[in-house]
Design a protein around this ligand. Structure first.
Ligand SMILES: Cc1ncc(COP(=O)(O)O)c(C=O)c1O
Ligand SMILES: N[C@@H](CCSC[C@H](N)C(=O)O)C(=O)O
Length: 439
C-alpha cells in the first residue's frame, strides 16, 4: 500500500469531480465516460488503483497515519477504507456525500445534533422503537418538542407544522405497521412551513436498491446498515447521505468530534455486503410476496405494500421500486401469536431484518418493547402483531414451516381446501389444542 508520509502525496490525483483522492484505494466511480451504470452494476463495480491491484478494497487497520497535513492523520477523523465505502454509497444513494457510522441509531444521534433546544420535530405515530426512545430522551432532557402524528395523512402533518418545525422525521414503510407516507408531499409541506426545516427519511425498510428519498424531496436519508446493506447480521452500521455540501459538513462534525465513525473492518464488511444487495433483495422480496399472498389468502390481515389490499399501494409504487421483505400480520390473540412464533423452526425468533435468514418476532415484546404499553395502545400498535422478515431460503420450505406453525398454534382450521384463519376475540385462544410435536 502507498505511504503518505510527505505533505504532498506522491501519487496525488484528482477524481472526476476535481477532488483530491487518497492514494489508495481510489473512490468507486465508473471510468467509461458514462455518469452511472444501472444500480445492480454500481453495487458491485468499484474502481481501485491499489498498488497491488487488490480486487477487494484493503482494510486500513490503522489508528494513525504518519506525517503532517495529509488527507488522513487519525481514523476517528477519516480512514481510507471508510472513505471508499462512503464514496461508493454516495453513488448508490444518489447523493453528494455519504457518511458511515457505528449503527443506525448513531445516524439518528448525529442527525439530531443539528437541533437546538426549543426546536420542534414532527414524526410518525408508528416508528422504530429505538428511534422513539431517542426522541423521547431528547424531549425529556434536550428541550426538543416532538410531535407524533399519523404521517400517512398529509393534513395531520400540515396541522402541526410551523416555523418552529426544525425537522420532519419519516419512515416509509414504517416499522412495524408498514404504513406508507407520501415523501414528496410531506417534504414540500415541511419546506413551505419552514424553508430551513430538514426532512429526514429513515430508509431502512427498503434500502437504496428500492427507494431513494433524496430524489423524492428529503434533505437527509439514513438507514441501519445492520439490515439489508450488510445482509448477514454480522455487522452493526449506519449510513447517512445528503445532497447539500453544507449539511454534509455539519453531519461530519459530530462524527469526528464524538468518534462514532465506522471502523475500518466494519467498513470493509459493509462494502462486501453491498455487492450482493441486488440479488439478496430480489430473492427476499419474491419470497415475501409469496408468503404475504399465502397468509392473506388464508384469511389473515396482512400488512405488506406488495399486496393490492395495502391502503397506500399506489402511493408506495409511485415512490419505490419494490415492496421489500418485511411484512406483519395479526392473529387476533397474543397467545396464538406467541404460539406461532414458538412453533416456527426455520424462522428464527430474532429482532432485526434484512438478513439472508428468515426471522419472526412479536414487535411489542421485542423491537418495540421500549415504547410503553399505554403509548403502544394510544398509537394502535396491536399487541398480537407478528413481524416476518423474509430471507433467501427456498420459499416452499418457508411456506411449509409457517403452515406447520399456524396449525400447531391452533391459529387455523383445516378445511377440505387447505387452512383458514380462525376468528377469535383477544383473551381467548383459538383452540384448546396444546402445542405438540405432531401437527
Ligand atoms: C427502521 C429502523 N431504523 C433504525 C434502526 C436502528 O439501526 P441499528 O440497530 O443499526 O442501530 C432500526 C433497527 O435497529 C430500524 O428498524
Ligand atoms: N434491544 C434492542 C432491540 C433492537 S430492535 C432491532 C431492529 N430495529 C428491529 O426492528 O427489529 C434495543 O433496545 O434497541
Amino acid at each position: 500500500m502507498s505511504s503518505s508520509s510527505t505533505s504532498v502525496p506522491a501519487n496525488k490525483r484528482l477524481d472526476m469531480d476535481g477532488h483530491n483522492l487518497p492514494p489508495s484505494p481510489t473512490p468507486s466511480s465508473p471510468s467509461n465516460g458514462k455518469n452511472k451504470y444501472s444500480l445492480a452494476t454500481e453495487l458491485v463495480y468499484t474502481e481501485s488503483n491499489d498498488q497491488y491491484n487488490a480486487s477487494s478494497v484493503p482494510i486500513y487497520q490503522s489508528a494513525t497515519f504518519k506525517g503532517e497535513g495529509n488527507e488522513y492523520d487519525y481514523t476517528r477523523s477519516g480512514n481510507p477504507t471508510r472513505t471508499h465505502l462512503e464514496r461508493h454509497l454516495a453513488k448508490i444513494m444518489n447523493a453528494h456525500r455519504a457518511l458511515v457510522v457505528s449503527s443506525g441509531m448513531a445516524c439518528l444521534d448525529v442527525i439530531t445534533r443539528l437541533l437546538h433546544p426549543g426546536d420542534e420535530v414532527v414524526t410518525g405515530d408508528d416508528l422504530y422503537g429505538g428511534s422513539n426512545r431517542l426522541l423521547k430522551y431528547l424531549s425529556t432532557h434536550g428541550g426538543i418538542v416532538v410531535r407524533h402524528v399519523d404521517t400517512t395523512n398529509p393534513d395531520s402533518v400540515a396541522a402541526v407544522l410551523s416555523e418552529k418545525t426544525a425537522m420532519v422525521l419519516l419512515e416509509s414503510p414504517t416499522n412495524p405497521l408498514m404504513k406508507v407516507v407520501d415523501i414528496p408531499t410531506l417534504s414540500s409541506l415541511a419546506h413551505k412551513a419552514n424553508p430551513k426545516s430538514l426532512v429526514i427519511v429513515d430508509n431502512t425498510m427498503l434500502s437504496p436498491y428500492l427507494q431513494n428519498p433524496l430524489d423524492l424531496g428529503a434533505d437527509v436519508v439514513y438507514e441501519s446498515g445492520t439490515k439489508y446493506l450488510s445482509g448477514h447480521h454480522d455487522v452493526m452500521a449506519g449510513v447517512m447521505a445528503t445532497n447539500s455540501p453544507e449539511l454534509g459538513d455539519r453531519l461530519y462534525f459530530p462524527i469526528n468530534a464524538s468518534g462514532c465513525g465506522l471502523s475500518p473492518f466494519d467498513s470493509w464488511l459493509l462494502l462486501r455486503g453491498i455487492k450482493t444487495l441486488a440479488v439478496r433483495m430480489e430473492k427476499q422480496q419474491a419470497n415475501a410476496m409469496a408468503i404475504a399472498r399465502y397468509l392473506e389468502s388464508n384469511g389473515f390481515k396482512v400488512r405488506y405494500p406488495g399486496l393490492k389490499s395495502h391502503p397506500q399501494y399506489d402511493l408506495h409504487w409511485s415512490q419505490a421500486r419494490g415492496a421489500g421483505a418485511v411484512l406483519a400480520f395479526e392473529t387476533g390473540s397474543t397467545t396464538i401469536s406467541e404460539r406461532i412464533v414458538a412453533a416456527a423452526k426455520i424462522f428464527a425468533i430474532s429482532v432485526s431484518f434484512g438478513c439472508v435468514n428468515s426471522l419472526i418476532s412479536m414487535p411489542c415484546r421485542m423491537s418495540h418493547a421500549s415504547i410503553d404499553p399505554a403509548t403502544r395502545k394510544e398509537r394502535a400498535l396491536p399487541e398480537d402483531i407478528i413481524r416476518l422478515c423474509i430471507g433467501i431460503e427456498d420459499v416452499g420450505d418457508l411456506l411449509d414451516d409457517l403452515q406447520q406453525a399456524l396449525v400447531r398454534a391452533g391459529a387455523v382450521k383445516i378445511t377440505p381446501d387447505g387452512i383458514e384463519a380462525l376468528e377469535v376475540a383477544e383473551g381467548e385462544t383459538k383452540s384448546t389444542r396444546e402445542l405438540t410435536d405432531e401437527p
